[in-house]
Design a protein around this ligand. Sequence first.
Ligand code: HEC
Ligand code: HEC
Length: 282
Amino acid sequence: MHYRMTLCAFLGAGLLGGCLVSESARDRDVRPLSHGSLPSLHAAFIPPSPETIPGDQRGEAIRLGFKVIVDTQEYAQAYVGNVLTCTNCHLDGGLNPSAASFVGLSLVYPEYQARAARDMSLAERINECFIRNLNGKALPPDSEKLEAVVAYIGWLSQNVSHARHISWRGIPRIAPSRPPDAGQGRQLFATKCAFCHGTEGQGTMAAPPLWGPTSFSRGSEMARVGVAAAFIKANMPRGWGWALTDDEAFDVAAYVVSQPRPDFPGKKYDWPKGGKPADAPY
Ligand code: HEC
Ligand code: HEC
């Protein structure tokens, strides 16, 4: 994926945790091998080349937005309540088509969201991740940094002609062949995940926490077993995505989501008009 390496080089490799991953590991990460719907997706997934970031004020905003995404702790500290960064989940700065990529999202929003039972702008959706996934608080609507993230996503979306072409949207979902088994997941975690994420899921120098007070809240989409399983299947262990079976991904996801994490006080207001997914943890 040369555009990624170029993007890293262009925007400053030091900023990008994801750029520390070797190129071969990155290629494997997005290679459309074991996922049936990916080949066509791959053809259409064309993020712009970094040379097209304009040199003007808008270009400045795009660069700032990128920094907020890849180093949220530094660039949006006041709005973050845990140790995570956007790109820990939206891998490779939102450029990874298997990890809720940002490419194309500017064409999708505003969009109706059942969880809030109203239309939501892209800026509001970004703030949802600040509140729930970073266990923090919303940036003010006129915040320069919030506008910068919107500008970055707008720049990433410029080659997408229509919202219906975004076949890579979200995380490619999988289905288990039997009910998930958190006990099996615990053993899998010890052999396949603890090395990087820590035996207590607390995170290490190599990887962010998966549970505990410094991880994502119960209001996060990642706290749903189906979403976590899909993310883990396609992306974990980091650099070796698609290595677990679907059942293994569900088992380890069931274990991870069953562990303690920050509560989300606003949860009582979610899905006021129905539409709650079956795997919502509350
Ligand atoms: C080789 C090290 C490594 C291994 C092994 C690994 N991960 Fe990760 N994981 C990472 C890194 C690094 C990130 C953050 C990615 C980034 O910032 O680019 C991450 C991110 C995550 C995230 C999203 C961010 C968060 O903290 O919640 C989840 C969930 C996750 N991993 C689950 C797992 C599970 C489950 C396993 C075992 C099947 C696993 N990982 C194995 C390195 C690893
Ligand atoms: C703990 C993991 C995690 C972190 C950290 C995180 N997100 Fe998310 N985000 C998700 C998941 C999971 C989804 C839903 C994906 C799905 O439903 O397939 C999501 C969805 C989104 C969406 C909507 C995607 C769409 O297709 O409509 C946007 C925009 C977004 N996040 C932005 C951000 C930004 C900006 C940050 C940092 C401020 C961030 N997220 C931090 C996990 C995370």
